[in-house]
Design a protein around this ligand. Structure first.
Ligand SMILES: Cc1cc2nc3c(=O)[nH]c(=O)nc-3n(C[C@H](O)[C@H](O)[C@H](O)COP(=O)(O)OP(=O)(O)OC[C@H]3O[C@@H](n4cnc5c(N)ncnc54)[C@H](O)[C@@H]3O)c2cc1C
Length: 498
């Protein structure tokens, strides 16, 4: 006799909703029966266009063809983020996705480089990272010989949801259009049982995934799970987004430019550029934010300004009863390091590993919630680092960030780096040593000392090794085509991949 399938109801059809439906149907479709509810009237947040390299791994796990996906979503490649004006007005550094130099197990590369610099070497840590140099030179390929580059994507969020929807429906997901009007709960267990839409349709389920965006309709409004507010650390609560015409070939990196009271993103796609300003209503009015954004656009506006409000923080439990919140319903961290879609993908991998196939899932839920909390706190701290390291004194906004108390694990990390140059990967293995080093040094936090292993070689030998590494980076760089040329060959927008 055929086993009964677990009925999964996905509430919401933004990036989170369709990624959820697609992943579940692709990897667990034979044992799940999946229905997705969305409301065209409510719409999606419609931003979320920069990603990090984990997206490539996730796509591979889900069997997504890179060329097809990129052509369908107007996508470009991303090798990192350029941070302008963060430490001081006028400065600039790139947090690239690449590895810098060569690690040893005892000491990190930047410590060997610091020893050489202390002995007269005149170059930059950037010279030892292929991805970073490629970004600056507007060059790109997915690999050189056997050496893959570490990259992510810029994509059109609306096209991405549509792409995933097509694939999900073709694989057997049922889509229901309509506004969720009421939610029923089993009085004994407290589990969700049924959604009723404004069209009169009812949808019953065993497991409900809340992808309804910031409002968290099921997890927050219906089940009453609270929201831990982190706005004392990350004060931004507003954004305005505008799309503009491209004025140049797309750069293979995002730009995050700090302003007097906020920061602006620039995300180049194949045919247009996504821009937006992130700010705090405590320090900047909507009118002034819009004026700042408009002053700093470099192409004709294609869309009217889109206003977004948010509260930084996390859902106290992302999984409660038989409801799991994914995407904005589970929490939000501003897009400074493009981590929200990443959080959707890690939530889905976690969910698939811990999936509640029976009613005995309290321990699975607890484990899921612990892992989710750790992950969000890690990213939160990495974002706070950028703000707290500022030396800007030109507004109350920056004064607040420069002088505020920061979470203890971050304070410890910064102190030990400043004193000894020691750095380690974070607990969830998201931001590697290179990420922490690039942001800390990029914003002027230079260690007072470095590891003695850097003095094991005579200084000339060390300099020779560094020079050979730099040469290998330059040789590889010379083999890379222009980013735009690679896209034109590999994944031009609108092309069907057979
Ligand atoms: C300013 C800003 C910039 C961002 N930039 C990035 C970035 O660069 N990179 C990144 O990774 N992420 C970014 N994000 C986050 C990213 O946009 C989201 O994580 C992603 O889009 C997922 O959103 P979502 O699907 O959870 O919510 P939404 O897109 O809001 O979707 C919610 C869905 O729920 C449905 N819904 C809601 N209520 C009902 C109801 N009553 N009945 C039926 N359906 C309902 C809606 O119709 C919609 O389909 C950004 C976010 C913001 C605010």
């Amino acid at each position: 006799m055929a086993q009964k399938k677990t009925r999964v109801v996905v509430a919401g059809g933004g990036t989170a909703g369709w990624l959820t439906a697609f992943s579940l149907v692709t990897r667990l479709g034979n044992v799940l029966d999946i229905t997705l509810v969305e409301s065209d009237q409510i719409g999606t947040v419609g931003v979320g266009e920069a990603t990090i390299p984990t997206m490539c791994n996730f796509h591979q796990l889900m069997g997504i063809n890179e060329q097809e996906f990129m052509a369908a979503t107007n996508a470009t490649f991303k090798l990192g983020i350029q941070f302008d004006n963060w430490a001081n007005d006028g400065d600039s550094y790139i947090h690239s996705f690449g590895e810098i130099g060569q690690r040893s197990w005892m000491a990190e590369f930047h410590e060997f480089w610091m020893e050489a610099v202390a002995n007269g070497q005149q170059d930059s840590l950037e010279d030892y990272c292929l991805e970073l140099k490629a970004a600056k030179a507007n060059k790109f390929a997915t690999k050189i010989g056997n050496r893959p580059l570490n990259f992510a994507y810029h994509l059109d969020a609306t096209a991405y949801a549509a792409y995933l929807r097509n694939k999900s429906e073709a694989a057997g997901v049922t889509r229901c259009e309509g506004k969720i009007q009421s939610v029923d709960t089993d009085p004994q267990s407290g589990n969700l049982t049924r959604l009723t839409l404004d069209t009169g349709i009812t949808i019953e389920g065993d497991v409900f995934i809340d992808c309804t965006g910031f409002r968290g309709l099921l997890i927050g409004e219906h089940l009453g799970v609270g929201y831990e507010d982190w706005s004392h650390w990350l004060a931004a609560d507003r954004a305005i987004a505008i799309q503009t015409q491209s004025t140049e070939a797309p750069k293979p990196y995002t730009i995050a430019t700090a302003h007097k009271a906020g920061w602006q993103w620039r995300i180049p796609l194949q045919s247009r550029v996504g821009n937006g300003i992130v700010y705090s209503s405590r320090y900047l009015s909507d009118e002034d934010a819009l004026a700042t954004l408009k002053q700093n656009l470099d192409g004709e506006m294609l869309t009217e300004p889109r206003y977004l409000k948010f509260k930084t923080g996390r859902r106290e439990k992302a999984w409660h009863k038989n409801c799991i919140a994914v995407g904005l319903a589970s929490g939000f961290l501003e897009p400074l390091e493009s981590t929200s879609i990443h959080l959707v993908t890690t939530a889905l991998i976690r969910l698939m590993k811990l999936f509640p196939f029976s009613n005995d899932h309290e321990l699975l839920a607890e484990q899921y919630n612990r892992e989710t909390q750790k992950e969000m706190e890690t990213i939160r701290d990495f974002i706070i680092l950028h703000y707290n390291l500022t030396k800007r004194t030109d507004s109350d906004f920056w004064d607040h960030y420069r002088t505020m108390d920061i979470p203890e694990p971050l304070a410890h990390r910064m102190a030990i780096f400043a004193q000894n140059g020691y750095v380690w990967p974070d607990d969830v293995a998201l931001f590697r040593v290179d990420s922490w080093v690039q942001v800390m040094m990029g914003q002027g936090l230079m260690p007072a000392q470095h590891h003695g292993a850097s003095r094991m070689l005579p200084i000339d030998g060390l300099k020779q090794q560094l020079s050979a590494f730099k040469q290998s980076v330059n040789n590889a760089l010379g083999q890379l085509p222009a980013h735009a040329d690679f896209i034109a060959r590999y994944c031009p927008a609108g092309e069907q991949v057979k």
